[in-house]
Design a protein around this ligand. Structure first.
Ligand code: ATP
Ligand code: MG
Length: 180
């Protein structure tokens, strides 16, 4: 499984539809300060269901929508789609490619899609438990996060090991059935 592409439209500095394609190897994104490198990472976090505007370096969630520049008008919505190669079926989804899409309108209306079909945020979260990819996963290590892991509480560090060991889904299911 690997990340094949990221498509952004109206997300932060990516006003125009922008598609980044990746191979199954290492990719570096370089560019001057303020050119949008970190925004690419934010796009991946966001499409995976990030609910905290602060994590995305904004004040509220609508801040991810392209706010306009001197010569370009603000846009009414933000959309991000990531496509993962799933030929090895590491994701419990019976398709060679899995595309996750998130859209947000200025009105606050939002939607998530899995391979083009509307779904709940919960479906996306469940798909990525124990893969390391979900928004709680360790596939995105932001600035300052290593420091947080090292100085964090043992319970917080434990969560990382649970994810790597692949037992998060069992813990979640246990918690859900205990509630019932
Ligand atoms: P650095 O090298 O300093 O880390 P970077 O390449 O990571 O820079 P980003 O932080 O990704 O840069 O991009 C910041 C740019 O994105 C700023 O110019 C900011 O104005 C722009 N930006 C952020 N949110 C929006 C938005 N909603 N609408 C338009 N532009 C935005
Ligand atoms: Mg940056």
């Amino acid at each position: 499984m690997y990340l094949k592409s990221i498509e952004m439209q109206g997300f932060k500095s990516f006003a125009m539809k922008t598609k980044l394609e990746f191979d199954n190897g290492v990719t570096g994104i370089v560019g001057p300060n303020g050119s949008g490198k970190s925004n690419v990472g934010d796009a991946v976090r966001w499409v995976l269901g990030e609910q905290s505007a602060k994590q995305l370096r904004g004040g509220n969630m609508q801040d991810v929508i392209f706010a306009g520049t001197q010569n370009r008008k603000p846009l009414g919505f933000a959309s991000v789609a990531i496509t993962l190669d799933n030929a090895d079926r590491k994701l419990a989804f019976d398709a060679d490619e899995v595309t996750v899409t998130r859209k947000l309108y200025r009105s606050g209306e939002s939607e998530y899609l899995l391979n083009g079909r509307n779904c709940r945020l919960r479906d996306i979260n469940e798909l990525f438990y124990d893969t390391g990819i979900g928004k709680e996963g360790y596939s995105i290590i932001g600035q300052g996060q290593i420091e947080k892991i090292l100085s964090g509480k043992p319970e917080e560090r434990r969560e990382l090991f649970d994810e790597a060991a692949g037992i998060v889904k069992f813990k979640r299911r246990k918690a859900t059935s205990l509630k019932k």
